[in-house]
Write a protein that binds this ligand. Sequence first.
Ligand code: UGA
Length: 415
Amino acid sequence: MRISVIGAGYVGLVAAACLAKLGHAITLVDIDEAKLKQIAGGISPIHEPGLDEILSQVSVETTSDYERIGGSDLILICVGTPCNQDGAMSLEYIEKAARQVSRVLRLKANYCVVAVRSTVVPGTTEELVIPILEQSGKKVGRDFGVCMEPEFLQEGKAVYNYMNPSRIIIGQLDERSGDVLAELYKHVKAPVIRTSIRTAEMIKLASNAFLGARISLINEIGNMCKALGIDTYEVAKGVGLDDRIGSKFLNSGIGFGGSCLPKDLRALIARSRQIGYEPEILERVLKLNDGQALRMVELLKTHVSLKGATIGILGLAFKPGTDDVRDCGAIKIVEALLDGGAAVRAYDPAAMDNFRKLFPQIGYAGPDEVLESDAVLIVTEWEEFEHLDYTGKIVIDGRRVSKAREARIYEGVCW
Ligand code: UGA
């Protein structure tokens, strides 16, 4: 199939690379020429296992010129939907992309399908995207089709997730639109579910709401366990064996970060308020999450006075396997440490360059030097942290790194 992917960010780049690997002819459109050049050279601009390898094997046409996508059978809109100040989703990039696609549709002779793959709040595709596409003078359902297909990729596992999906959700305007997308997934073993467009939009946000709620709930249990002298990981193991609950996503710690869960929950809350419904559970989920990382600093203060101390940080990325520091717990922790008068020395195997852009004033060093600090906080559970020597150290662990228990003073945030 001739497929155009709009947006060479996380979602678009992984889709473009994997679809090319599956044998489709891909045109990847972005405004960032430098990024496109890198991709054309077979190098991924993001740290994602397996992506460089695929990019070096396949041929993806990269361009900033929308005229090049005129021959597409399928156009995937994969641009970012960041948060506004008030928590609502910013639809600026979606709107811009839809306008560009609309210009392409105006000149297009054959039927094609436009699929929104960006995460959007329910109603966006029908109320914003379709009206813009129809400004082309073409009629939706007759001249072109529309779908909303949410993505469920996890950073650090995105290529694997793309090739081995848990489910495919096709939110379709009509059968004809859905058939074009379904053709892409003929080979997939996972369930392929066809829904209305706004149901698909909601499935994505509801999935992230469940994941976020689950993490905040286990953290709440963990905070209680800590105070009661109970090991929350043993509790989670016992609870997770109930197959109605399941054992995944029950790791208590410093809470969830990244570019998706916090943003998507905020967006869903904002959308809910727009329709006059106060989403009480989701608000509490976010509130608990906002305070969770700072519990590490409170624990630290029971052992070390911050003023004049040097505090080491092991791990900056919002989770292992990525260089992404968006909405990561380390941001709140470092801010609190600096506010308290401490000097900070940090190490992360992948995310130091990104974190340095946010905090150029702190020190960056190798793990051994970080361990020389007055106390150390483990903020991301990189596997290599299981091989460090913690003997004699003061360690506050936000992520359950077993080896760190050998420290002179060891405290887990929830255990
Ligand atoms: C999340 C979802 O898991 C994906 O399904 C979804 O497609 C994606 O958002 C998205 O909307 O695009 P991701 O942001 O990559 O994926 O990260 P997760 O693996 O979900 O982790 C999120 C955060 O939760 C991390 O900070 C992680 O450390 C934390 N977490 C996760 C916990 O604190 N405990 C757990 O048990 C699991």
